[in-house]
Design a binder for this molecule. Structure first.
Ligand code: PEP
Ligand code: MN
Length: 362
């Protein structure tokens, strides 16, 4: 629990008409025309309340498009005037905060790369003292719930109580279909630690590919997250940043039509626990496959070695020893005998097959 947090409920400061909070807009502001025409399209979507745009972009290498800077804030003001949408911008230091406030941006957010650094978060928090503006805090790049909560506490401590956490996934060193692994157990843990804190989900940065956005959005709703932030662009393929994950406003409409907001759900604790367990199983399956692949690599190496040294593939004595050894370990661990024997034989058969292929090749 985080008794320190004093957070206003979302419904006290933003009208969402029953649908979870929906934020959309381009990854980056690129031109006045792009911002205005995207915003006008989006404004036709009833559920949409907030227009996002990156003005300063954190890029991995210098020289990539780093955002249009202050002039983008002037364009955003036009968006506000012409569509009535609220505007949201990422700030990464106090000069950004100063400019965003000067140009009347409605909501600010801290990006994943900023939240990893408590010094940066504190500097930004200090520059917000005495200002009444909602702040959204993305999770840090690394899966550390305390670091995320710490950043939220720093913002809350200086007197800001309109705060939203944004779940945008986590850097994961293993192969994964996602750009940033969702690791749902982490936002769930945050919710447990701070039950009053609204958490919205950013499927765009989790997925990295537009095909996955609908299913992650549905998952977010099923886990009773408080909203979605989805990147949109009139011509996603030619977007200057994050082009693979952006969708057209039209496609956003299509996705929204398909999403189901279930109001009567089962016990949420039960759902959260189930999700935690499923994430654990996903992780273990990944490890299992990796270990299996590694085992096959070593089997190949042994095959090459046997071939170079004119040794036969099948050595019955060694295999009988392996079976006896693994069966006794596995049974001891509570794995069913019959299943284990089948599994070991299957692995052995595949190993022999691979070595035969190696013998045949040269
Ligand atoms: C963004 O929202 O465009 C962005 C840069 O996100 P993140 O900080 O999650 O990488
Ligand atoms: Mn982006």
């Amino acid at each position: 629990m985080s008794p320190k947090l004093k957070i206003l409920p979302l419904s006290d400061w933003i009208v969402t008409d029953g649908f979870p909070l929906l934020i959309s807009g381009p990854c980056s502001a690129e031109s006045e025309q792009q911002l205005l025409s995207t915003a006008k399209e989006l404004a036709g979507i009833d559920e949409l309340k907030v227009f996002r745009a990156g003005i300063w972009k954190p890029r991995t290498r210098p020289g990539d498009f780093e955002g249009v800077g202050e002039k983008g804030l002037i364009w955003l003001n036009k968006v506000k005037e012409e569509t009535g949408l609220l505007t949201a911008v990422e700030v990464a230091d106090n000069s950004h905060v100063e400019l965003a406030l000067k140009h009347n941006v409605d909501i600010l957010w801290l990006g994943a790369r900023t939240v990893v650094n408590p010094f940066s978060v504190q500097t930004i928090a200090d520059s917000l003292k005495g200002v009444d503006i909602p702040i959204m805090v993305k999770n840090p790049v690394n899966p550390d719930v305390k670091l995320w909560l710490g950043a939220i506490e720093r913002i809350n401590e200086i007197g800001i109580n309109k705060i939203i956490a944004i779940h945008r996934g986590f850097h994961y060193f293993e192969k994964s279909p996602f750009r940033n692994a969702p690791m749902w157990e982490i936002p769930i843990e945050l919710k447990r630690a701070a039950p009053n804190l609204p958490i919205i989900v950013d499927p765009s940065h989790i997925c990295g590919r537009r095909e996955l956005i609908e299913s992650i959005s549905q998952k977010a709703l099923d886990l009773e997250m408080d909203g979605l932030m989805i990147e949109s662009h009139l011509d996603p393929d030619n977007a200057l940043t994050d082009s693979a994950q952006q969708i057209t406003p039209e496609f956003l409409r299509v996705i929204l039509k398909k999403l189901v907001v279930r109001h009567k759900k089962g016990d949420l604790n039960f759902q959260h626990k189930l999700e935690e367990l499923r994430t654990e199983v996903d992780k273990l399956d990944g490890e299992l496959l990796q270990i299996l692949a590694k085992r096959m690599d070593i089997i190949d190496e042994i095959g090459e070695y046997k071939k170079d040294n004119d040794i036969t593939i099948l050595q019955m004595k060694r295999w009988a020893g392996i079976i006896a050894d693994r069966m006794s370990i596995g049974t001891h661990m509570g794995i069913d005998n019959v299943f284990l024997k089948k599994l070991l034989n299957l692995i052995h058969k595949e190993s022999i097959q691979r070595q035969e292929d190696i013998f045949r090749k040269r």
